[in-house]
Design a protein around this ligand. Structure first.
Ligand SMILES: NC(=O)c1ccc[n+]([C@@H]2O[C@H](COP(=O)([O-])OP(=O)(O)OC[C@H]3O[C@@H](n4cnc5c(N)ncnc54)[C@H](O)[C@@H]3O)[C@@H](O)[C@H]2O)c1
Ligand SMILES: O=C(O)CC[C@@H](O)C(=O)O
Length: 528
């Protein structure tokens, strides 16, 4: 029987044709996604679900999706899909990371001009027969500074267009290496400097714990009087109430938003504010971009449903059916090593070195390196996966080195990952035991044996008596249960590492108290 696919959002009809041409049974119901109950009732029949942003694929929908094998997002952001639950049900979630980037960058530039020249208000006034020439005094953008927060696919295209418009571009993006900044022609700066210097500020990051409200009242306070803010990335990056207040006071010269905390935004505190321009999440809405993403998602879903090939999946490595059983635990290990090192790194990465020793060196190390890069890049990039990670690393000027060698040392086989950043080198090594579970066996040259759980506390300290008791007390009094406790040190009295698995997140106050202990060098909460 042919696989069945439901398209529950307004996708270009080009996608329907591809499914049909490739022998897939396709139902095109472009408004179904907006009706939760109808979607819930229908979803059980389908092997594939193709969506844009209107369909919310919640835990409830996933629980009812008895036959679902793949969710294809025609676009970039997958914040409307509950990926952990999809993963738990073995459903692949794939997106189309590049298809609408140019279009969205163009929208950001259009929004910048709209606000700079008050075009929407001027248009409404002119069409109302008012001819208010003196009311609409604009701002020229030539030679002005554009502050770019997030310099990935879309941000770098915005930078290119802005440079073409003779703007100076400064960028804040922890993942941007100085070399890549030079190639893009932007100046890499810290956030505070960007806020001080930007005449126009535009956001192009995913919405994460680190980027939520990255522009709040305090940030706006640091900006130039009369500056402009453009948000065509995600609602929630900017504190809407703070922008409203700044527009009302005249602190900001204007703001232009395509995205809102609550969507659809039928009401919003920003509506009616002075020189506020808005569009209803139209960033990706050009016929070109919609055709690109629809064609791409349909082809990817067909490849998977008909041939088992996986591309641009966010929750599954690209591995063929034959090699899967041997490779899978090492894929998990490589991704964990990358994620471990990536989460500990706060500066631009120059190089990732992977050493494969013993039996693992004979496996598909390309896939393992992709898994390791996925782990390294995931803490900062929303859409990276095993397929895109090597490309993303290359585009960001991150050198990747692979070394294969004979078994050396106590372990039959192991992987060592080294991250070289602007400031330091950090190595972490691991192996897979006979139980098939990955273990960390060395961190920064210090031997230990630790299994990684969902929540880990990483502490580096000078080996001094009493510290472990102190750590246990702090966690205990905060009600944080310790699941496993792993220790390693170079030698008595020298550098030591604690890797503690905890049953839940460690409160920030406890982290701060631990970091303040005199012989503690670093405290970090890691999640896997
Ligand atoms: N309005 C729309 O219709 C529309 C269309 C497409 C994409 N988007 C959104 O645009 C955003 C960017 O998409 P993209 O394809 O360029 O993503 P991307 O993953 O290529 O780039 C994101 C960049 O943000 C950077 N970043 C991550 N955390 C950061 C932080 N704390 N501070 C500064 N920079 C940080 C990353 O290093 C990366 O370079 C996403 O939120 C996406 O969902 C919106
Ligand atoms: O599908 C859309 O219209 C929006 C897409 C955009 O937000 C994305 O993340 O790709």
């Amino acid at each position: 029987m042919a696989p069945k696919v439901l398209i529950s959002d307004k996708l270009s009809p080009a996608a329907v044709q591809i499914f049909k041409d490739r022998g897939i049974d396709v139902d095109f119901q472009p408004d179904l996604g907006k009706d939760k109950e109808k979607l819930l009732a229908a979803i059980g029949d389908y092997d594939g679900l193709a969506i844009r942003s209107a369909t919310k694929v919640t835990e409830k929908i996933i629980a009812a999706a008895d036959n679902l094998k793949v969710i294809g997002r025609a676009g970039i952001g997958v914040d409307n899909v509950d990926i952990p639950h999809a993963t738990a049900r073995g459903i692949i979630v794939m997106n189309t990371p590049f298809g609408n980037a140019i279009t969205t960058a163009e929208h950001a530039i259009a929004m910048m001009f709209s606000a700079a020249r008050q075009i929407p208000a001027a248009d409404a006034s002119t069409q109302a027969g008012k001819w208010e020439k003196s009311r609409f005094m604009g701002k020229e953008i030539t030679a002005k500074t554009l502050g770019l927060i997030g310099c990935g696919n879309i941000g770098s295209i915005v930078a290119d267009r802005a440079i073409g418009l003779k703007m100076k571009v400064v960028a804040f993006d922890p993942f941007l290496t100085p070399e890549r900044a030079v190639v893009l022609g932007v100046e890499k700066v810290e956030l505070d400097e960007l806020l001080r210097r930007a005449d126009f500020l535009t956001l192009h990051t995913p919405l994460t714990d680190k980027t939520r409200n990255i522009i709040d009242a305090a940030a706006i306070e640091k900006m130039k009087p009369g500056a402009f803010i453009i948000n065509c990335a995600r609602g929630g990056l900017v504190d809407e109430a703070a922008v409203r207040a700044a527009l009302d006071e005249g602190k900001l010269g204007g703001a232009a938003f395509d995205v809102f905390v609550q969507e659809p935004a039928k009401e919003n505190t920003l509506f009616g504010a002075p020189n506020f321009v808005s569009t209803p999440h139209l960033g990706a809405s050009t016929s070109e971009a919609q055709e690109n993403v629809a064609l791409q998602v349909a082809e990817q879903m067909c490849d998977f449903l008909l041939e088992g090939a996986v591309s641009n999946a966010l929750n599954m490595p690209s591995i063929s059916a034959e090699e899967a059983p041997k490779l899978t635990p090492f894929v998990q290990l490589a991704e964990q090593l990358g994620s471990f090192a990536g989460q500990l790194t706060e500066s631009g990465i120059k190089k990732v070195r992977l050493e494969y020793a013993g039996a693992v060196a004979d496996l598909n190390t390309k896939a393992l390196t992709s898994a390791a890069l996925t782990g390294v890049l995931t803490p900062l990039l929303q859409t990276v996966n095993m397929v895109s990670a090597p490309v993303v690393a290359r585009e960001r000027g991150i050198e990747v080195e692979e070394i294969r060698r004979e078994k050396k040392g106590a372990y039959e086989t192991y992987i060592r990952l080294t991250l070289v950043t602007e400031h330091q080198e950090r190595s972490v090594a691991g192996t897979v035991f006979a139980d098939g579970k990955p273990r960390i066996i060395q961190v920064k040259g210090i031997n230990m044996e630790a299994e990684l759980g969902a929540h880990m506390l990483y502490v580096t300290n000078e080996d001094k008596p009493g510290f472990i008791g102190h750590l246990g007390m702090e966690l205990g009094s905060a009600g944080v249960n310790i699941a496993t406790f792993n220790l390693g040190r170079i030698a008595a009295g020298q550098d030591a590492i604690c890797l503690v698995e905890v049953d839940g997140k460690v409160p920030q106050e406890v982290m701060d108290r631990l970091a303040a202990v005199s012989h503690v060098k670093q405290v970090k909460s890691l999640s896997f």
